[in-house]
Design a binder for this molecule. Structure first.
Ligand code: AMP
Ligand code: ZN
Length: 688
């Protein structure tokens, strides 16, 4: 194979080990929040964003040990995942090691030879790696007794009712071992995925991001009726616990499974040595896009079971198998136009309008172009042929231009000088252009649309489309007006009617007292995403307290800092914001105070300064101290009661010594806290 594998490789994949995927999902959600809240240039649609959160939530429910308090799923307002019964696999379900480079394949073969003490080329069984969800089926005396997800590998969730209708999944077996676990991959065919998403969009439900997510969502459905209505399929490729199975290699196993009613993928081959394996991989890679389902690679398994046993497995993956991952897909398309998006805060984002293309399971017709500099650097012209990929497997992005395919006379994009919505002159703001007209209708639409969006108050029926309609019809001009909407006038709008009008009003009413962090997010304050909102809420507990604060106080909050603090104070004191807040308060729309769960006043009166590297991130310690009533400040003064110094403390310790203020390590801190009758959850690093 001669293709430049590394270059084509995506930055991520859905089948990475769970811990990595969880990390990656958190990072992506964080990035998306940043893009949305801070940059005011969303990189994901609401549906894409939801899909990430859903996948994270699912992974976390399958791997509770991976849940951390800072996970976006753990924030106030996050919903718990549903409950399914836990089942223990007879033999653990392993992951697979991945090969991205050809050298990974060679390293795999060499390791196997070394362990087996033989130089002879090994026989492998090559199979397509189906991109779905693995299942374990347990048969006792030939009867299916349960089906489970892989879960954490040792335990999974029961999904029996949801897989019963899958074709090629027998409910009973003839002359089978008394105990048998069969493993396979459940997936949704591409066409079925498209059908389900169309139905969901029609019903106003968020579409699934890709067939794999859709399959995962379906299999873990709490309602088997829903699962049955989606036509899941499966391929089976292995066994777990069993005894007395009359086969001794992978090839024969699949033949045996097929003979007993299990659906087995026809694309499979026995090869000898890596050279032959490569030929098969190359061949299947070329055919992958013609498959009616998603495959994300080729699995090579040492064919002989005796050799498999000799090779054994590491804690997470067998040493006798490796997954060659297909490179990320690219698609060539054409740039039809560049449009301008005006953000909630007036930021101008150029957007590529493209000839639609299918890419890794979804249709792509638009891609962000970030800022004018991005377009100029690429020398992008209207009409250009461009190569698309999905950054991180999710966000469509233009990788490069194909200048040799440039149509004659293709024009360069002309940077706008005026806002397309309000015609006021744009100003330069770093790399970006910005509309600074506070009355700009585009900004207003974004702001009000944001209020109801899923990341904010999550008011069903209050999408950007309806807000646009209300603005157009003169029903609203600002957020508080939403709460004065009249049922009859609403019902009379095109596409509405009595039921949807009533539903929207009920939704608005139901969310009159949202949790404080959500409310802060919904206000669309500059740079305030869920994480910062959470910090603000923890610090101030009520909106009124926050409104009373000063820039200095704000700047001392982790996650805020001086720039944001002054932006925030500025935003909160603007007449339009004051007007919004007053209007909301008058209409009884006001956030509930953050609950004082676990709070105590044990450390009341202590002003503590933290310095040096502590056993926990400084925010965590600070928060824990504040929860116990202490004040934590950034610098040492005569008002400081105590300085807690970790490793490599700075000048604060010197200053404290000068002022005669007590300096202690984390152990000392723990002692003080306990003396005052509060618990202290951290052990300290032992070095402070
Ligand atoms: P990973 O999750 O990336 O470690 O990959 C392991 C997963 O690949 C397994 O849990 C299966 O769900 C999936 N898989 C898909 N096709 C196959 C196959 N032919 N053989 C083994 N595993 C497969
Ligand atoms: Zn404008």
């Amino acid at each position: 194979m001669t293709r430049p594998l590394a270059i084509l490789r995506a930055m991520s994949d859905d089948t990475a080990p769970p811990a990595e995927r969880v990390q990656e999902l958190r990072q992506r959600i964080h990035d998306a929040n940043h893009a949305y809240f801070v940059e005011d240039a969303p990189t994901l649609t609401d549906a894409e964003y939801d899909a990430l959160v859903r996948e994270l939530r699912q992974l976390e429910s399958e791997h509770p040990d991976l849940v951390t308090p800072d996970s976006p799923t753990q924030r106030v307002g996050a919903q718990p995942a549903g409950e399914l019964r836990t089942l223990t696999h007879g033999v653990p379900m392993y992951s697979l090691d991945n090969a991205f480079e050809e050298t990974d394949l060679d390293a795999f073969a060499e390791r196997a030879s070394r362990i087996l003490g033989s130089d002879a080329p090994l026989a492998y069984h090559a199979e397509l790696k189906i991109d779905g969800l693995s299942v374990n089926l347990r048969y006792e005396n030939g009867t299916l007794v349960w089906a489970a997800t892989r879960g954490n590998g040792r335990e999974g969730e029961e999904i029996t009712p949801n897989v019963l209708a899958i074709p090629g999944l027998p409910h009973s077996l003839e002359d089978a071992p008394t105990e048998l676990e069969v493993r396979g991959e459940v997936y949704l065919p591409k066409a079925e995925f498209v059908r389900i998403n169309e139905a969901r969009e029609e019903a106003g439900e968020p579409p699934f991001r890709n067939p794999r997510n859709a399959a995962a969502g379906t299999v873990r459905q709490l309602d088997p009726e829903v699962a049955r209505s989606r036509n899941l399929e499966a391929f089976f490729y292995g066994v777990g616990r069993t005894e007395g199975l009359p086969v001794s290699n992978q090839y024969d196993l699949l033949t045996w499974l097929a003979g007993h009613g299990f659906r087995v993928n026809e694309t499979r081959a026995r090869v000898t040595g890596m050279e032959e394996a490569r030929t098969v991989i190359e061949d299947w890679t070329a055919r992958r896009s013609d498959l009616p389902y998603d495959a994300d690679g080729v699995v090579l398994k040492v064919d002989d079971f005796a050799l498999q046993r000799e090779l054994g497995e590491t804690s997470r993956a067998p040493r006798w198998a490796i997954a060659w991952k297909f490179p990320a897909e690219e698609a060539t398309t054409r740039l039809l136009d560049v449009t301008i998006q005006v953000g909630r805060t007036g930021k101008i984002t150029p957007v590529a309008e493209l000839e639609p293309r299918m890419l890794e399971g979804t249709e792509v017709a638009r891609a962000t172009l970030h800022n004018p500099g991005f377009i100029h650097d690429m020398d992008l012209r209207i009409g250009d042929a461009v190569v698309l990929h999905k950054s991180g497997g999710i966000i469509p992005e233009i990788l490069r231009v194909l200048p040799e395919q440039r149509p004659e006379g293709a024009e360069a994009w002309v940077e706008p000088t005026h806002c397309p919505a309000c015609e006021s002159e744009l100003v330069e703001d770093g790399a970006n252009l910005r509309c600074v007209n506070p009355e700009c209708p585009a900004q207003r639409l974004e702001r009000i649309g944001h209020w109801g969006s899923r990341r904010a108050l999550d008011i069903e029926g209050l999408g950007e489309k309806s807000v646009d309609q209300f603005l157009d019809a003169g029903l609203i001009t600002s957020i508080p007006d939403l709460y004065d909407l009249d049922e009859e006038r609403l019902a009379a709008l095109e596409g509405w009617g009595a039921t949807s009008a009533r539903n929207l009003l009920a939704q608005l009413d139901a969310k009159r007292t949202p949790p404080l962090p959500r409310f802060l997010v919904a206000l669309g304050l500059p740079q305030v995403g869920p994480a910062t909102a959470e910090q603000l809420a923890r610090r101030y507990r009520t909106l009124d307290a926050l409104l009373d604060t000063t820039a200095e106080e704000l700047a001392a909050i982790p996650d805020v800092g001086e720039t944001t603090a002054s932006l925030l104070v500025d935003a909160l004191s603007r007449p339009a914001m004051q007007h919004t807040l007053e209007g909301l308060r008058e209409r009884g729309v006001w956030p509930e105070a953050l609950e004082d769960e676990g709070r105590s006043d044990a450390l009341e009166g202590l002003t503590i300064v933290l310095t040096g590297a502590l056993s926990q991130p400084r925010d965590v310690i600070k928060n824990a101290l504040e929860m116990r009533g202490a004040r934590v400040t950034g610098s040492v003064s005569k008002n400081t009661s105590l300085v807690v110094a970790g490793e490599d403390p700075g000048s604060k310790v010197d200053k404290a010594t000068d002022l005669g203020i007590e300096v202690t390590g984390e152990e000392g801190l723990a002692e003080i806290v306990r003396e005052r009758g509060a618990d202290w959850p951290f052990e300290g690093s032992g070095e402070g």
